[in-house]
Design a binder for this molecule. Structure first.
Ligand code: PRP
Length: 211
């Protein structure tokens, strides 16, 4: 068994917030700055980190290839991986929402074309209300899809709302709040319990600290 706890971090918009939170919890890393090496350690030598594409984090955690990870609840909702979710990290706060061009009447359409990076989430959401949809799976910049006529609406993350506003779109309906979660492999939760609990306690203290 490894002496260190191996933790997957999401590259992209959550990465800096995750490194900052770990630092406040007493886990000092350089975040792999200035290196192309995919793993890096903390200064205390207790943890090893690997930076992955966000959608790969729960896949690695579920398989046990890494012990734990940090990932957005939007990704967890989409992939439905079987992992333990012991802690909400209260970073990466935003919303998953349905949005469309301001003033468009979606109720007039009996078959909605939805552009999204979240095809399973969107399918579940519209199926639950018996709404017929055609899902157009995109990799990013989905706000442009209704403008160019590829879709009637989108399902996407909204943080400040600026991207929607600057492209003439507005929220039609919110699907769910989003935040980053600390996730742990189900076996590691038992076999590495002391090390996992120690990190959860340190994170919990800084996240839920009361003055
Ligand atoms: C995300 C999301 C929205 C935007 C929302 O995109 O998909 O497009 O941020 O943020 P806002 O409400 O603060 O404007 P991201 O920057 O991750 O790029 P992407 O569109 O290429 O996925």
């Amino acid at each position: 068994m490894r002496s260190t706890l191996l933790i997957a971090l999401p590259k992209g918009r959550l990465f800096d917030a995750a490194i900052g939170l770990l630092q406040r919890a007493g886990v000092e890393t350089d975040g792999g700055v200035g290196s192309r090496k995919l793993t890096f350690t903390d200064k205390g030598g207790q943890y090893e980190f690997v930076a992955l594409k966000p959608a790969d984090v729960p896949v690695y955690v579920e398989s046990g290839a890494v012990d734990a990870g940090i990932v957005g609840s939007d990704v967890l909702r989409e992939l439905e991986c079987d992992v333990n979710e012991p802690l909400d990290l209260r970073i990466g706060l935003c919303r998953l929402a349905v949005a469309a061009i301001e003033g468009s009447d979606l109720t007039a359409l009996d078959h909605l074309r939805i552009a999204t990076k979240y095809p399973r989430t969107a399918t579940r959401f519209f199926s639950a209300r018996h709404q017929h949809t055609h899902i157009v799976r995109l990799e990013g910049s989905v706000e442009i899809a209704p403008i160019l006529g590829l879709a009637d609406a989108i399902v996407d993350l909204v943080e400040t709302g600026r991207t929607l506003k600057e492209n003439g779109l507005g929220i039609v309906e919110e699907i769910a709040p989003v935040s980053a979660k600390f996730v742990v492999n189900r076996t590691a939760m038992k076999t590495r319990n002391t090390a996992v609990r120690k990190l959860i306690t340190s994170l919990d203290k800084v996240i839920y600290a009361h003055p």
